[in-house]
Design a protein around this ligand. Structure first.
Ligand code: NAP
Length: 495
């Protein structure tokens, strides 16, 4: 419950128009658009010492985006300098820095501000936000832009603490550990692991890849852009827009159709994946281990030109017997074989549920968002949830995608939040809350659609909380943009 005396004592503190939590792609977009709309009284609170979100945190060798940069970038901030079709982490981080600088966001970002609680003060219709180090901020609107993939998941195996070598997670890469000539165990083999395993294999003496389940994988067919292509992109923006549209259409009409269950699309993508596998791996036994038993798109379809060739190397071994325990010197597999290794790298992904895990969010009547989301996170259009007025979520529940750029979703969500801010201000209103029945009906619709899609066809993935798909959106980006473009005021109570 909110503490009345604390609230009284803070009456003198200035109330900002908005507080944004997180300075990754979502938070930066919100900041840029707030400024463009003429709002100056907002802050972006960032827990780390730098902006960039996932692109600041993931520095593992080979880290790059699996969506081409022409689409994985803001629609309003074209970059003609991409060096590769699929950019590496450093260049994406640079793009974020350059964009933030161009829009003058430095004055709005506060670093080392790890938000621990956000409490809605009903009497004034404002949010009180507190940080780990004791700072307190007040704002009319709270925008969460904390991403879905920022809490590394490091599974506990029997005796893992007894292992005498080095071990670290891909999202907290220990660059002090020299992997040259070492024996390495990698646990996990999905989006992150398939990027760093080929790099590690180039220098390590031996790499053991512990695979629990295989993934569908398409080739990237990456290459550097030629200078003339960069110049063309800078001088003829419509060409880049056309290229952006082409990448978008391929995802929307190819991969998304497969995820929705279209047989032709599923067959075609499956064929492309199998051909990719057959081209790189000759050994039929190894090939068989790399073919998933679940439909295309149930888990993220991976893109790599280097992973299968890495597995074909003499110094790389795919181990599918499962990890039973760690020993002092290595890893004991379930078939009782022991691999002696110097380093263990966890490519085991992220804890994606609960949403907003770091932050104690208390809404109307002091109700906690954790309690409200006991049966899995949900939100109307992924942006608003009943009981939490003036809370706007970016990349919230059911807004992740398996087929195209998340930045498209961010922009739609930012646009929605701004429309709410403007409308309240223009009409002298203070508060906006989605109606419970609207949110319930919306979620029934989304869950019914998701249950027919590939995302629901595996027992477990980071898209799910228990057996409910809480992370992914149920359609295409055009539908999402359309539904967020104009705020449906009948869905909200405003005062
Ligand atoms: P992930 O997709 O969740 O994969 C985790 C891997 O670890 C899987 O192979 C999983 O096996 C395995 N694993 C987890 N717990 C395990 C356990 N207890 N024992 C054995 N194996 C275990 O994580 P991620 O690869 O870090 O990727 C997460 C998401 O980040 C991606 O889906 C993508 O959206 C994003 N990402 C994007 C890029 C990009 O290029 N844009 C790059 C990296 C990551 P199972 O499959 O059997 O569960």
């Amino acid at each position: 419950m909110t503490n009345e005396s604390t609230l009284q004592a803070d009456q003198a503190t200035p109330v900002l128009k908005a507080l944004v939590i997180g300075a990754g792609f979502g938070g930066l977009c919100m900041g840029i658009k707030l400024k463009e709309a003429g709002y100056q009284d907002f802050l972006i609170l960032e827990k780390a010492a730098d902006l960039g979100g996932t692109w600041r945190e993931n520095t593992y060798p080979g880290a790059e985006c699996d969506i081409p940069s022409a689409l994985y970038s803001y629609s309003f901030e074209h970059n003609a300098d991409w060096e590769f079709k699929w950019s590496g982490q450093a260049q994406i981080l640079k793009y974020q820095h350059d964009t933030a600088a161009k829009h003058g966001l430095a004055e709005n970002i506060r670093y080392h501000q790890h938000v621990v609680s956000a409490v809605f003060d009903e009497s004034r219709s404002v949010w009180k936000v507190s940080t780990q180090t004791g700072e307190v901020y007040w704002a009319q609107h709270l925008v969460t832009a904390v991403g879905q993939l920022h809490h590394p998941s490091t599974p506990e195996f029997v005796n893992s603490d007894e292992f005498e070598g080095d071990r670290f997670h891909s999202a907290a890469w220990d660059h002090r550990v020299d992997l040259t000539g070492k024996r390495i165990a990698v646990i996990g083999n999905a989006a992150s692991a398939v990027q760093f395993i080929p790099e590690v294999a180039k220098v390590a003496a031996e790499v053991s890849v512990y695979q629990r389940s295989p993934n569908w994988m398409l080739p990237k067919i990456d290459r550097p852009y030629a200078k003339w292509e960069q110049r063309l992109s800078a001088r003829v923006p419509w060409i880049t827009r056309l290229y952006r549209w082409y990448i978008w259409a391929a995802g929307e009409y190819g991969m998304l159709s497969a995820i929705k269950g279209n047989r032709l699309a599923r067959w075609a993508i499956r064929r492309m994946c199998l051909r990719n596998l057959e081209r790189a791996i000759d050994d039929p036994e190894l090939r068989a281990k790399l073919i998933p038993d679940y439909p295309i798109g149930a888990k993220r379809v991976l893109f790599s030109d280097h992973y299968y060739p890495a597995l074909a190397r003499d110094n790389v071994h795919l181990r599918t017997t499962g990890v039973k325990a760690f020993t002092k010197k290595g890893i004991l597999a379930k078939d009782k074989s022991e691999q002696i290794v110097d380093v263990v790298i966890y490519g085991t992904g992220f804890k994606t549920n609960p949403f907003l895990a770091d932050i104690e969010v208390l809404g109307r009547d002091g109700r906690s968002i954790r309690e409200a989301w006991q049966e899995g996170a949900q939100a109307y259009l992924g942006v608003s949830t009943h009981g939490f007025p003036n809370l706007h979520m970016l990349y919230g529940p059911n807004t992740n995608l398996g087929h195209t750029s998340i930045i498209i979703m961010h922009e739609a969500q930012v646009n929605h939040a701004l429309s709410v801010l403007r409308h309240l201000d223009a009409n002298g209103l203070k508060c906006c809350e989605v109606r419970a029945e609207v949110e319930r009906d919306y979620n029934n619709e989304i869950q019914a659609r998701l249950s027919a899609m590939a995302f629901s066809k595996v027992a477990q993935s980071w898209y799910m909380d228990g057996n409910k798909v809480t992370n992914n959106w149920a359609g295409g980006t055009r539908e999402y943009q359309r539904r967020l473009k104009r705020v449906d005021w009948s869905a909200y109570s405003v005062q």
